[in-house]
Design a binder for this molecule. Structure first.
Ligand SMILES: NC(=O)c1ccc[n+]([C@@H]2O[C@H](COP(=O)([O-])OP(=O)(O)OC[C@H]3O[C@@H](n4cnc5c(N)ncnc54)[C@H](OP(=O)(O)O)[C@@H]3O)[C@@H](O)[C@H]2O)c1
Length: 354
């Protein structure tokens, strides 16, 4: 008897999804994944983020092996990581990380969309001409539409102005973030790399319009301490969450460069942002001293570096990168020892020469 279904429809599963291609395992996440971590409330909002989030700046672009990126993303989700961070320009080539992540979403995570916190940003150069970067309404809103198309999504959870634009009135940038939220293309507004003063101003503009600033994404690690002078105070006072990017200083605060520059490391890649010149003998000495201290705490240096940024109450999440599953798995264990005594904090500052 004819069931009335076309051959194409029969190929689909009862949930309406195509079956996984031969040789590709269907992704079934661990049902116990949410017992693996304690989620943290982002500022004065209702949104909870995992203590460690995964960023797709490096290792997920068109130049990378898509299968490796998929493995890392799915393992992260399996271990309770719900937050994945992107930007329009992540790749290389720019845009390819969003495209690749969109493929993973469609193939493996479509039924988990409501569990995921997906962020993207605009502000660094993305397309030619004066509209392809910075913080105008034109740039932010055009870029958001592009990102949604690449990601294959109707909305992102957090939309960021990626950097402070001194030539665009903050009210204009704020108006674009507000429109992104009111149009339903983003659920929350964020900013990244803004100094304390403009952070306070844009937070007030957004608050006035009933679209409070959810989060500030700032560079923060043992090697980059600027947010401690003013920014953290502004976030605390404004009820704004913080997410610390590059907490491992792009890999410097790990065992990666203890003795040299491995051929497969970020510093060795032509498109890697970490420069070989940053790996000096003095740095390596500092890294070895920090590593010895981490060992005494029963941690790897990477785990100690992540725990160290999370000791700040205003830092909701540490935003890491990873080039392989093993790095991710090991780094997520950072939360097992997040307490630092005063003497340990002073020892770290001493090693860093602060
Ligand atoms: N808002 C902004 O302007 C901005 C700027 C930068 C980054 N971000 C965000 O922050 C995310 C993280 O940045 P990031 O990748 O620089 O973070 P990171 O965590 O400081 O560095 C990640 C790199 O460290 C190395 N690594 C990680 N775990 C390791 C381990 N256990 N052992 C040895 N090496 C390890 C890997 O390098 P190898 O590749 O060499 O293995 C990895 O790619 C980005 O993906 C992006 O989402 C935002």
């Amino acid at each position: 008897m004819n069931s009335g279904k076309s051959a194409e429809q029969k190929k689909r599963t009862s949930a309406g999804r195509r079956p996984a291609p031969a040789g590709r395992r269907v992704f079934r996440p661990d049902p116990g994944r949410y017992e693996k971590t304690v989620y943290r409330t982002c500022g004065r909002s209702g949104l909870k983020l995992p203590p460690v989030s995964l960023g797709l700046w490096h290792n997920f672009g068109g130049v990378d092996r898509a299968a490796d990126g998929r493995r890392i993303v799915l393992r992260a989700f399996d271990l309770g990581v719900t937050h994945f961070d992107l930007a329009n320009n992540y790749g290389p080539p720019p845009g390819s990380a969003e495209t690749n992540f969109g493929r993973i979403l469609k193939a493996d995570l479509a039924s988990h969309r409501d569990e995921l916190i997906i962020s993207t940003k605009a502000g660094y150069r993305m397309w030619p001409g004066p509209c392809g970067e910075w913080g105008s309404r034109k740039t932010l809103l055009a870029s958001l539409d592009q990102s949604l198309r690449r990601l294959g999504l109707e909305y992102v959870d957090i939309y960021y102005s990626h950097r402070y634009d001194p030539e665009t009135p903050l009210a204009e940038t704020a108006s674009a973030l507000i429109q992104a939220v009111r149009s339903g293309k983003a659920l929350y507004a964020g900013i990244s790399n803004y100094p304390p003063g403009p952070t306070e101003t844009i937070a007030a503009l957004l608050r006035f319009e009933g679209v409070p600033l959810l989060i500030h994404q700032m560079k923060y690690s043992m090697f980059v301490r600027e947010p401690e002078s003013g920014l953290f105070g502004a976030l605390e006072a404004g009820g704004i969450g913080g997410i610390a990017f590059s907490p491992l200083a792009q890999g410097l605060l790990t065992d990666r460069y203890r003795t040299g520059v491995p051929a497969d490391s970020r510093a060795a890649k032509p498109h890697g942002f970490l420069q070989k010149s940053e790996i000096t003998p003095e740095r390596q000495e500092t890294i070895r001293a920090l590593e010895a201290m981490a060992q005494r705490r029963g941690q790897t240096l990477a785990q100690m570096a992540i725990a160290w940024v999370l000791r700040q109450p205003v830092v909701t999440s540490a935003l890491i990168g990873a080039s392989r599953v093993e790095q991710l798995e090991s780094n997520l264990k950072a939360t097992e020892n997040r307490t630092f005594g005063e003497s340990e904090l002073s020892e770290i500052d001493g090693i860093l020469g602060i």
